[in-house]
Design a protein around this ligand. Structure first.
Ligand code: TRP
Length: 458
């Protein structure tokens, strides 16, 4: 371990990314996933569109972006797994290694998110085979609904695909993340965007595009509920992969000379564009076919096959689309596991395969609760609904914002001006000052206010 805390420059224990572009691809691969294509449209539908989308955009740029920069700078400065990095920098900057609990909270958050993320990703994979078999051709909305019900209401089928997806994720994490990820994202992400553009064309021609646009962007602020604001905040964290240390873990391998600000802005912009694109594809189909935009987690699985069923070559397009979505979910799932696995390896001195398979096994087991939430245990509801709904709500809307709040306060208030400027811009120019202002004031105050608002303080 070569820690040179005098100059603040350390070297990573696991090597570095080959280029800035490789790092961008890895973080973008983490950010772009089910959050953009599955969750964003479904919660936009549930929370009424319009104001929800606008508020979400505010959260992404005013809160998510500065936190992403904070995670990268902390990760690069610590150059360890997030728990060890928070402990080390906590000691160095704030005189207390207790900050490691922020890293631990992140590991637990990642485990909980992945437990249900894998279930939804499994559905996407299952749909790839359905599409390839031509099962969507010529179907109406009711028939597509039956296909989704057949899958989600079967504990065996949903459990099977959850198992397959967890297996795929564990295999990659057990081997070590870097290599394959870079290549996969470089090819598959543009392909996913390309297919979304094809589908956008379909929605503009065959869907009710005007209704979709209106639903997504007409600002009806009176309709934004307190809970809706909290969910928009939570989703800003979720979609950017911030608040739990995933980006911090990847930042540990970023070479010193690369600009954190430019990199973060590119990733945030791309992630946001893909989510908006997905919404613009889905809602025109929803309105054209009289589907309910608020139907919940099944929304994309009940709407997109309608487009595939009518498009020329739809069988191929459907298979490709769900394959690419599965890949996007895969690169995200890997990043949900990596901080925990890196921590287990370094602290328990286990080999990477043992760490990955045991942690992955535990996540798989816990994920069965989410599998059963759509069938055997669908009647077991409390607080936010099913067990799945509660895990999703707790992690996205409470644990990620709490983690992000701690991270941004640490970077803004506890780290010295010199340390953060050193990472972002040694000249401490305008960009740096804007970040520091957002980190000290805008982001923490906004998170705190949205929280207090949600529990009814205002
Ligand atoms: N951002 C991913 C998505 O949108 C999910 C994800 C990957 C994530 N890593 C994360 C969410 C870390 C929160 C924290 O699908």
């Amino acid at each position: 371990m070569t820690a040179d805390s005098q100059s603040g420059r350390r070297t990573s224990l696991h090597g570095e990314w080959s280029s800035r572009f490789a790092f961008i691809l890895a973080v973008a691969g983490s950010a772009v996933g089910l959050g953009n294509v599955w969750k964003f449209p479904y919660i936009t539908g549930v929370y009424g569109g319009g104001a929800f989308v606008i508020f979400y955009l505010f959260c992404v740029f005013a809160i998510g972006l500065p936190i992403m920069m904070a995670e990268i700078l902390i990760g690069r400065r610590g150059r360890r797994n997030p728990v060890a990095t928070m402990s080390l920098l906590g000691e160095e900057e704030a005189g207390s290694s207790t900050w490691r609990f922020v890293g631990m909270l992140g590991v637990i958050t990642g485990v909980l998110i992945l437990s249900y993320y894998s279930v939804i990703a499994g559905w996407a994979f299952a749909y790839m085979w359905q599409g390839a078999a031509g099962n969507f051709t010529g179907l109406n909305a009711a028939a597509v609904g039956d296909i989704f019900a057949g899958l989600s209401e079967s504990a065996v089928m949903t459990g099977f695909w959850h198992t397959v997806f967890m297996g795929m994720t564990i295999v990659v994490v057990a081997k070590g993340v870097e290599r394959g990820l870079e290549k996969a994202v470089r090819v598959l992400m543009p392909a996913l965007i390309g297919l979304l553009l094809v589908l956008l064309g379909y929605s503009m021609v065959a869907g009710n595009f005007a209704a979709g646009l209106d639903f997504m962007f007409a600002p009806r602020f009176s309709e934004l509920t307190q809970e809706g604001a909290l969910v928009a905040l939570g989703h800003a964290f979720f979609t950017l992969s911030v608040g739990m240390g995933a980006v911090m873990a990847y930042g540990a391998y970023l070479p010193d000379e690369h600009s954190i600000a430019k990199t973060s802005m590119a990733i945030v912009a791309a992630d946001t564009a893909i989510a908006i694109l997905a919404g613009l594809v889905i809602f025109p189909i929803v309105f054209q076919n009289g589907l309910n935009p608020a139907s919940g987690p099944g929304l994309i699985f009940q709407s997109l096959p309608l487009a595939f069923g009518q498009l020329p070559g739809g069988q191929f397009v459907a298979a490709m689309f769900f394959l690419l979505l599965t890949f996007a979910a895969w690169t995200s799932a890997i990043s949900l596991m990596e901080p925990g696995v890196a921590w287990i390896i370094e602290s328990l001195k286990l080999s990477r395969p043992v760490a990955a398979w045991s942690m992955g096994g535990a996540i798989w087991l816990f994920g069965l609760l989410s599998v059963l939430s759509f069938n055997a245990l669908s009647e077991v509801t409390f607080l936010r609904g099913t067990i799945f709904a509660n895990i999703d709500f707790l992690t996205s809307n409470i644990m990620l914002p709490l983690g992000g709040f701690a991270i941004i306060c640490f970077a803004g208030w506890f780290m010295s001006h010199n340390s953060t400027a050193d990472e972002i811009d040694p000249e401490a120019g305008r960009g740096y000052r804007a970040w520091r202002f957002a980190a000290r004031y805008i982001a923490p105050i906004a998170v705190a206010m949205i929280f207090l608002n949600a529990i009814g303080v205002f």
